[in-house]
Design a protein around this ligand. Structure first.
Ligand code: WT7
Length: 650
């Protein structure tokens, strides 16, 4: 059994002023699952609708009758909810607080009025370029205000944005552009992170030379670093030039609640990344409601989420949630260790940040540098801390709590996924006692359950696979262009429920402890990488015959990427080739997929039917050859012996 975790009780002064206090949680939770229509109907009133929804929830997870619809007769526009409705009361309030990579540059304050005008100008320009409701637009930008402007301008004209993280390589951009047949790309000359330049425009140019990308008619280029870039006329246009002279108001497109808002590509266990599709009404209700409730948002908060808008965290908790809520959100272009290890804390002091939301991998990296870079800053403005992306080890949690938060600030460990649109399991700081390492309890309307490998429900304290028994408004609606894949991936494994792909333990207090992915997805520093993607990249190399990739525990990244490679006959392993293959994967997918280990494998462990036994490869990668388990179904047991000896350096 697990040792009892220390409990950090709700601070009474926090509870006294919290949006959800102790007594509220159980009552509201019960209502949310017993009367979801009443509950979510009421919550939807937080948005401005052209037409208020009367049909709140229409969901069935039964395969013969499958549907997920929320607020289906409602009509609204996302950008109006993020901007226009604040103009009367918050026009001069800072919407975005932009902190450059270079701390010597002054921060930029973008008010709601200014943001509205910038969004309208770009939206008008998009229309002038022929963009219409339902068109797909790819956004490949650094963390600069234009990234937010671009997303909201798409939403204003009803175009579906697909943001591609700046760390992805041309091949990955091309795959994502081709999959949704994007008409237009918005990029910048270069990105800048920790003083290093990222050739964004050059990457787009390379991507657009690849097959399948003919749909792109226009590339808008933001001048950011001022670097010289190749402009291919008439395809490429300077962003500044197309928005110049456009009116600063723009008629928004009236969208149905179930019209798509965005696509975001994410890795799964098999094949290419899936285009996770989120729609307008339910997503906005859920993102804004969770943002306000989980972060206990108040009017004068300065809220900072360190994610990139290339990930769902940026979509829901930098852009849509905070802006619907009229909050001030900090947008940070840089990295935690530049120009020094105190950067996060210096930014917090400079802007008097009150709510800070980051990833366990960043916390672990900063913790390694000792307390001094933290303690030489004040951080008195902070009142709430959050984490997301991967399980946080209790040691890192305590350091975050004691050193960063001076033992004053509750931590919300928020579990969710690209697919879920918003936070599903999390503490509410005024209502739920904390346990380091546990995401604690389900948010309103969320019904987690644990099942064993056969789908049998596990009751009470137990460990199993995490499923969700019913829908919530922020749930993804489909895989873009492949509805079958959506149903196959999430609703077939355990019929009648949504399968998360995560393992989880529930303790005797009903607290949830996410244990990590149980499928072939590796969580590297909070980013999902499919083993199949890295394998396909490796086997594209002319000298590689076969590859198998698994995750292994990594001190900083949570999980690292471990690749086993079999060379074609006649090729022999060398240090040079190892480096070449690692660089190859970086070039094919992007730096985030860089293998941490690459082991030569004269053969791979397979069953007699030819299936690679990843369980065994994981144990070898973990350096736990004594836990290989049952190897009796192997076609050739000597293969394993070879790999183990090689791993142990024998
Ligand atoms: C996977 C989803 C949700 C935004 C960032 C990642 C893992 C996420 C936690 C957490 C333990 C977590 C899960 C999940 N994960 N948050 N608080 N505790 N694990 O989104 O790329 O879609 O990845 O991240 O394994 O399934 P994503």
């Amino acid at each position: 059994m697990n040792a009892p975790a220390t409990v950090y009780p709700v601070a009474e002064d926090f509870a006294a002023q919290a949006r959800v206090a102790r007594a509220d949680y159980e009552r509201l939770y019960a209502e949310s699952v017993q009367q979801p229509e009443a509950f979510w109907g009421r919550v939807a009133e937080r948005l401005d609708w052209y037409r208020k929804p009367t049909r709140i929830k229409n969901v069935s997870y039964q395969l013969e009758d499958f549907r997920i619809r929320w607020y289906e007769d409602g009509e609204l526009n996302a950008s109006v909810n993020c901007l226009d409705r604040h103009l009367a009361t918050r026009g001069d309030k800072t919407a975005l607080l932009f902190e450059h990579d270079d701390p010597a540059l002054p921060a930029e304050h973008v008010t709601y009025r200014e943001l509205h005008a910038r969004v309208c100008r770009l939206a008008n320009a998009l229309r002038a370029l022929g963009v219409r409701k339902g068109d797909r637009i790819t956004i490949y930008l650094p963390m600069i205000p234009e990234a937010v402007v671009a997303m909201l301008a798409c939403a204003r004209v009803g175009a579906i944005h697909s943001v591609v993280f700046g760390g992805f390589a041309p091949n990955s951009i091309a795959d994502r552009v081709a999959d949704c047949a994007s008409k237009l790309i918005i990029t910048a000359d270069e990105g800048l992170r920790g003083g290093k330049k990222i050739p964004l425009k050059a990457n787009v140019d390379a991507a657009l030379k690849l097959p399948g990308t003919n749909s792109v008619e226009t590339v808008l280029v933001v001048r950011h670093t001022g670097a010289a870039v190749d402009m291919q006329m008439p395809r490429d246009r300077w962003y500044e030039a197309v928005v110049e002279g456009q009116p600063d108001t723009c008629e928004p497109e009236r969208m149905n609640a179930e019209d798509p808002l965005f696509i975001l590509y994410t890795s799964g266990s098999t094949g290419k990344p899936k285009g996770v599709l989120h729609t307008t009404g339910g997503y906005l209700v859920y993102a804004s409601y969770t943002h306000e409730t989980v972060f206990d948002l108040r009017e004068d908060d300065v809220y900072w989420c360190t994610a990139d808008v290339g990930w769902v965290t940026g979509h829901s908790y930098i852009v849509y949630g905070p802006l619907v809520n009229g909050a001030t959100a900090l947008v940070f272009e840089g990295v935690p260790n530049y120009p020094n290890m105190s950067r996060f804390w210096e930014v917090i002091d400079r802007h008097q940040v009150t709510i800070f939301y980051t990833a366990p991998t960043a916390i672990r990296a900063l913790m390694r540098e000792g307390d001094e870079p933290v303690t030489r800053t004040s951080r008195r403005s902070l009142r709430l801390l959050g984490t997301v992306g991967e399980p946080i080890n209790p040691e890192a949690w305590r350091w975050y709590y004691d050193v960063v938060g001076d033992a004053r600030c509750p931590i919300v460990d928020t579990w969710w996924q690209t697919e879920t649109g918003g936070i599903l399991i999390t503490p509410l700081a005024g209502a739920i006692d904390l346990k380091p390492g546990s995401a604690t309890k389900p948010f309103f309307g969320v019904q987690p359950a644990l099942v064993d490998a056969n789908g049998a429900a596990l009751e009470g304290a137990a460990e199993g696979n995490l499923v969700l028994l019913d829908s919530w408004p922020g749930q993804m609606r489909t895989v873009y262009g492949d509805h079958n894949r959506f149903i196959e991936t999430y609703f077939k494994t355990y019929p009648g429920s949504y399968f998360t792909g995560d393992g989880c333990r529930r303790d005797a207090d009903g607290y949830y402890w996410i244990t990590g992915r149980v499928d072939d997805v590796i969580n590297v520093s909070g980013h999902r990488i499919g083993t199949a993607e890295v394998e396909s990249a490796l086997v594209l190399h002319p000298k590689v015959a076969e590859a198998a990739v698994v995750g292994f525990p990594h001190d900083l990244k949570g999980q690292g990427i471990y690749a086993y490679v079999t060379l074609i006959a006649g090729e022999s392993p060398s240090e040079e080739l190892r480096k070449e293959l690692v660089a190859w994967v970086r070039k094919e997918i992007g730096p985030i997929a860089t293998p941490d280990h690459l082991q030569w494998a004269p053969g791979l462990p397979k069953t007699r039917s030819g299936k690679i036994m990843r369980r065994i490869l994981r144990k070898i990668a973990e350096n736990a050859p004594d836990q290989l388990g049952d190897t009796s179904t192997l076609a050739d047991p000597s293969v394993v012996e070879n790999l183990v000896n090689e791993r142990l350096g024998k």
